[in-house]
Design a binder for this molecule. Structure first.
Ligand SMILES: *Cc1c(COP(=O)(O)O)cnc(C)c1O
Length: 429
């Protein structure tokens, strides 16, 4: 469910016309619906309520301070993958005690920063990291709370670039070495192994991988406890899929059905790190058509959002639904199936102004004839959209707005040309 709907052939975000937002803030523009954000967080909270989970919103998914602050206000903690994300989570109002720190390459400085802020758990991904963390903790006279991240070696589930639990990826400890690694730190005065972590990949459209991962987690937790580690936390990561092509995502309850029995059997407190499920369907990228063009027998819509604004299509072959903000009467107000033939449309590539053939938001898409100045909506762009944006081609990053009912407010200003030179101009000789 989301709060982006057409009313009389005009797209609204909650009770605000998207056109009004485009005119107020310019394009390209990221538009988020507060009601949708909160709805999805609540879905997870409710589905897992019986386990009283610790929910840690994944900052890398969309690290806008106002969105993080909204998450904190609604009871969420944070999953961070760098010192910078830790800084942002703290800046958004979190305390370290609600933050889990993941990532294969934490530096000593990042570990120190996290220990000083008493983060809740380090998700440790290698033996080298475990010992480095122990040393940093010792220098601070602290005990580092650790969840060992295991790669459960499951069959492929999603795009190869975002599948994190198949053999041969860089993430986590191999499932057959976790126990050896843990054995060597039994009784370590500065390392407390208190949890097991697995993040399977993303987006996942089936509960089965969580069930299979959960079975492996039960065995590992039992074995770790036999070694003498007091395992209190099971962190099942994030990865819950969303609606990209059509209504394809599972409800949070489906994942809960797979995960809750594991929590019960292990007696652990559950930790979850959802990102995409919360913010993905809550965000829209709005762009304006600059030109249309026919070349090589193909039709192009050249609009002002580019790969630097939304890299998912070219990086992951991702599909985002795209439709006019004002579809006219010759086409459906909102197609049921964006991949089928749609009356009144023809096949077009939606591309941006960047100097790369890989700069596209969609290829071979059925769209009505567009003209200069028309507005387009790119749906399900809230996750890994703005957070993966760049200044490539010296393009300024887009603005972001948050809509609540009839009101809207800027949550990130559009960058300026001055921003583009800010880090360099003082270095000119
Ligand atoms: C990216 C990531 C997440 C969030 O994944 P979503 O698919 O956005 O829910 C959670 N945990 C870890 C360790 C991650 O790397």
């Amino acid at each position: 469910m989301d709060h982006f709907a057409y009313r009389n052939r005009e797209l609204f975000c909650e009770d605000v016309p998207v056109q009004e937002l485009a005119e107020t803030y310019g394009t390209p523009l990221y538009v988020y619906s507060e009601a949708t954000l909160v709805h999805h967080l609540t879905q997870i909270q409710n589905a897992f309520a019986s386990a009283n989970p610790i929910i840690c919103y994944s900052v890398k998914t969309n690290g806008n301070l106002s969105i993080c602050s909204l998450m904190a206000k609604h009871g969420s903690g944070f999953d961070v993958t760098s010192g910078g994300e830790l800084y942002k989570a703290l800046h958004a109002g979190s305390t370290g005690s609600k933050i889990v720190f993941a990532g294969v390459g934490k530096t000593d400085a990042e570990m120190k920063y996290a220990l000083e802020n008493d983060v809740f758990l380090f998700n440790v991904e290698s033996e080298a990291e475990l010992h480095a963390l122990g040393a940093v903790a010792k220098s601070l006279g602290k005990v580092a709370p650790v969840a060992l991240r295991v790669n459960p070696d499951l069959p492929p589930k999603t795009h190869a670039k975002t599948d994190t639990s198949v053999k041969g990826v860089k993430f986590g400890l191999d499932i057959d070495t976790v126990l050896e690694v843990a054995e060597r730190v039994v009784g370590h005065p500065n390392i407390g192994i208190v949890g097991l972590h697995m993040h399977l990949g993303s987006p996942i459209l089936s509960a089965e991988p969580y069930r299979k991962g959960g079975e492996k987690a039960i065995q590992l937790i039992n074995a770790l406890r036999k070694q003498g580690h007091a395992i209190k936390y099971l962190n099942m990561g994030g990865g819950f899929g969303i609606h990209y092509r059509k209504l394809e995502a599972l409800p949070a309850t489906a994942f809960a059905e797979a995960i809750l029995p594991v929590v019960e059997e292990t007696g652990c407190r559950l930790v979850l790190e959802p990102g995409r499920f919360i913010v993905g369907n809550a965000g829209l990228l709005v762009s304006r058509v600059i030109f249309t063009k026919e070349t090589g027998g193909k039709h192009y819509v050249i609009q002002d959002a580019a790969m630097n604004d939304l890299i998912r299509p070219t990086l992951y072959d991702s599909f985002h639904r795209i439709w006019p903000v004002h579809p006219d009467a010759t086409v459906p107000e909102r197609p049921e199936d964006f991949e089928a033939e749609i009356a009144g449309t023809r096949m077009q590539d939606v591309v941006g102004p960047v100097c790369e053939s890989g700069d596209y938001l969609a290829k071979g898409r059925n769209l009505p004839e567009m003209k200069r100045g028309d507005l387009l909506a790119v749906f399900s762009a809230g996750a890994y959209g703005m957070s993966m944006s760049s200044n490539y081609n010296a393009r300024v990053r887009a603005a972001e707005v948050l809509v609540t009912g009839r009101t809207h407010r800027l949550i990130r200003r559009r960058e300026t040309f001055r921003d583009l030179v800010a880090c360099e101009e003082d270095c000119l000789t």
